[in-house]
Ligand binder design. Structure first.
Ligand code: SF4
Length: 359
C-alpha cells in the first residue's frame, strides 16, 4: 500500500505543486529561511517577507553580519519574534562555525537555534535530499485521517507514534518532494474544516473517508480557555514634543521590540494606577495619566490582551533601565524607525492619523 500511496501522492504533486518562490531552489539558506518564516504563518503572508529578506541579506553571511535591529525591523508584522532572533543567531553560528554552509543532517541541524525536529527534517530532506520525515500540523491532520486515528493528537505519545509512521511511510527516494507533497495536500485538499475528498489523489487509501469520519479527525482535546490580561501603556509626552518608548528585554515575549511602556494590571488596580506603578518599577519615572487614547485587542499564542493606551504627561524622574532593555525619547515622525509589536503599531497608526487631522 505504501508504495502505491507514495507514487500517487508524488504524481499529484508533480502536476499540481504550487509555484512558490522557495520551491525553485535547493539552496539550504533559502530553504531554511522559508521554513522558519512558514512556522505558524500562512504562505501568502510569508511571500513578501521572504523576498524582502533575500533582497536585504542575499547570503547567510549577510544576515549574520547585519545588526539584530535591522533583522527585527524587516521581520516586523510577521509575529513570533523569537523566530527572528533565532534566525540571526543561527546565521551567525553557520557563518562562524560551519564556513557559511548549513550542516546536511537533521541531527546536526537540530542543534541550531530555532530549528526543531520538523524544521530540521524539512531542510535536510528538501535541501540535502536526506531521507527524513516531517510532521507539522498539516501532516498530522493528513495522517490522522488516512489512518482514521482516534487518539488525541495533542498528546506527546500520539505525536511520537505519528513520527514513527511518518518515517515508515517515506519513499526510497524524493523524500523532500514527498514531504512537501504531504504538507501541500494538507494545505489545499485535506483542509481542516472542509476537506476536498472528491479531489483527493489519495482518497482510495483513506480510512477516515471510507468510514465517513474525516470531519472528526484529527481528535484534539478541548483547550483550556485562553487567559486574558488588561495592559496599560503610556503615550508619554515631554515638553519637547517627544514620546518615551522602551525596548523590551532581548529574551522572552516580543524580545528586543520597542513599545509604549506599561504592563499588566494586577488585581484590585485601576488601569491608571497600574500604569503609574509599571512606569515607576520599570523606568523610575512619574507621569500624570490623562485621557484614554485608544484600546487595542490582540491575541498571542497562549493568551489575549486588551491594551489600554493613555496619553500621559511626563512629570519627573530621569528614566532608568530598571525593567527595560533600553529607552528613547523620539519625535512621532521617527517612531517608524523602531520595531514594534502589532498592538503598539496600531497605536502608532492612530497617532499618525490624529497628527494628520491636526495639520
Ligand atoms: Fe483528507 Fe479526504 Fe483525502 Fe482522506 S480523502 S486524505 S480526509 S482529503
Amino acid at each position: 500500500m505504501h508504495a502505491d500511496f507514495q507514487t500517487d501522492l508524488l504524481a499529484w504533486y508533480d502536476r499540481h505543486a504550487a509555484d512558490l518562490p522557495w520551491r525553485s531552489t535547493r539552496d539550504s539558506y533559502r530553504i531554511w529561511l522559508s521554513e522558519v518564516m512558514l512556522q505558524q504563518t500562512q504562505v501568502e503572508t510569508v511571500k513578501p517577507y521572504y523576498a524582502r529578506f533575500l533582497a536585504a541579506f542575499p547570503t547567510v553571511q549577510d544576515l549574520a553580519a547585519a545588526p539584530l535591529a535591522d533583522v527585527l525591523k524587516l521581520w516586523e508584522g510577521l509575529g513570533y519574534y523569537s523566530r527572528a532572533r533565532h534566525l540571526h543567531q543561527t546565521a551567525q553560528t553557520v557563518a562562524r562555525d560551519y564556513g557559511g554552509q548549513f550542516p546536511p543532517t537533521a541531527d546536526e541541524l537540530q542543534t541550531l537555534p530555532g530549528i526543531g525536529r520538523y524544521t530540521a527534517g524539512a531542510i535536510a530532506s528538501i535541501a540535502f535530499g536526506q531521507r527524513v520525515p516531517v510532521l507539522d500540523g498539516n501532516v498530522i491532520r493528513v495522517f490522522a485521517r488516512l489512518t482514521d486515528l482516534d487518539a488525541d493528537v495533542t498528546l506527546p505519545a500520539t505525536k511520537d507514534r505519528l513520527w514513527v509512521q511518518a518515517e515508515a511511510w517515506l519513499p526510497p527516494a524524493r523524500a523532500g518532494d514527498y514531504n512537501q507533497a504531504l504538507m501541500e495536500l494538507g494545505r489545499v485538499i485535506c483542509r481542516p474544516r472542509h476537506p476536498l475528498c472528491r479531489d483527493c489523489p489519495v482518497q482510495q487509501y483513506c480510512r477516515a473517508f471510507a468510514n465517513g469520519t474525516q470531519h472528526q479527525r484529527p481528535v484534539k482535546a478541548k483547550k483550556a480557555p485562553t487567559p486574558h490580561y488588561d495592559v496599560s501603556a503610556g503615550i508619554i509626552w515631554n515638553e519637547h514634543g517627544q514620546l518615551l518608548i522602551a525596548q523590551r528585554p532581548p529574551e522572552g515575549l516580543l524580545g528586543g521590540l520597542w513599545e509604549f511602556p506599561g504592563g499588566k494590571r494586577e488585581n484590585g488596580e485601576t488601569l491608571p494606577e497600574c500604569l503609574k506603578r509599571e512606569l515607576r518599577e520599570e523606568l523610575a519615572i512619574e507621569v500624570e495619566v490623562g485621557d484614554l487614547f485608544m484600546v487595542v485587542r490582540h491575541g498571542f499564542t497562549h493568551f489575549r490582551i486588551t491594551l489600554h493606551a493613555f496619553t500621559c504627561r511626563y512629570v519627573r524622574g530621569e528614566p532608568q533601565r530598571l525593567g527595560v532593555h533600553d529607552f528613547a525619547w523620539v519625535l512621532p515622525d521617527d517612531l517608524r524607525r523602531y520595531s514594534f509589536g502589532k498592538a503598539d503599531r496600531e497605536v502608532i497608526k492612530a497617532l499618525e492619523a490624529r497628527g494628520r487631522m491636526l495639520l
